[in-house]
Design a protein around this ligand. Structure first.
Ligand code: GDP
Length: 201
């Protein structure tokens, strides 16, 4: 059989869950993608999996907050967590966000790691810091994509990278950080390798 250079290329949508009880109860390894709405999470997922429309199903800002699961054959599952910090999300949905994402990150037993997507021009929002704190509470490994890196010059992008790396290590979170761009593209192989490493535990 032909060796696949990209294990994420065969990724397929599995299901959407509005509550933690709906998630599969098996122990397949999972990694989860989190990020502020509009940070570029869908673009990152589509780019990593080399599929144009994979994460289209996830785009429901302001409506039901869903965790979307995808199967990566021979590797495990990806969980696309609802985008956060969207201005038009009503208060009660934001509260549900904390329960859903916080509950997922803190209690999902088969969760091996988090990929956190931050717009390089707006990194480390309060929501991101909260997600990192949840991850730290159970020593969960994280990988941060500073995306839309094409929007900044190389020097400015590099400075932000160093700043975020410093903030994260002073918060005692086990995290790696990289520059990423879905459009350039930049950092795609590095992101894919990091995601695979997290998934393989
Ligand atoms: P999500 O809400 O986090 O899933 O974000 P999307 O992936 O839908 O992206 C939000 C917007 O940012 C869209 O208009 C994308 O075209 C744009 N975008 C996403 N990634 C990049 C990137 O790497 N570079 C640039 N310049 N734009 C991007």
């Amino acid at each position: 059989m032909k060796h696949l250079a990209n294990p994420f290329q065969q990724t397929v949508f599995l299901m959407s869950c509005a509550a933690l009880e709906q998630l599969p109860a098996d122990d397949l390894p999972e990694i989860a993608f989190a990020g502020r709405s509009n940070a570029g999470k869908s673009s990152a997922l589509n780019t990593l999996c080399m599929q144009r429309q994979l994460a289209r199903v996830s785009k429901t800002p302001g409506r039901t907050q869903l965790i979307n699961l995808f199967v990566v054959p021979d590797l495990g599952r990806l969980a696309d967590l609802p985008g956060y910090g969207y201005a038009k999300v009503p208060r009660e949905v934001s509260r549900g966000w904390g329960e859903l994402i916080g509950g997922f990150v803190e209690t999902r037993r088969n969760l091996r790691g988090l990929v956190i997507i931050m717009d390089i021009r707006h990194p480390m929002t309060d929501y991101d810091t909260q997600v990192l704190a949840w991850a730290r509470s159970r020593a969960l490994r994280c990988h941060v994509l500073l995306t839309k890196a094409d929007k900044l010059g190389f020097g400015a992008a590099k400075n932000t990278l160093l700043k975020v790396q410093r903030e994260i290590s002073s918060a005692a979170v086990q995290a790696t950080v990289q520059l990423f761009s879905a459009t350039a593209p930049t950092g795609v192989d590095e992101a894919r390798a990091a995601a695979e490493r997290l998934m393989r535990g």
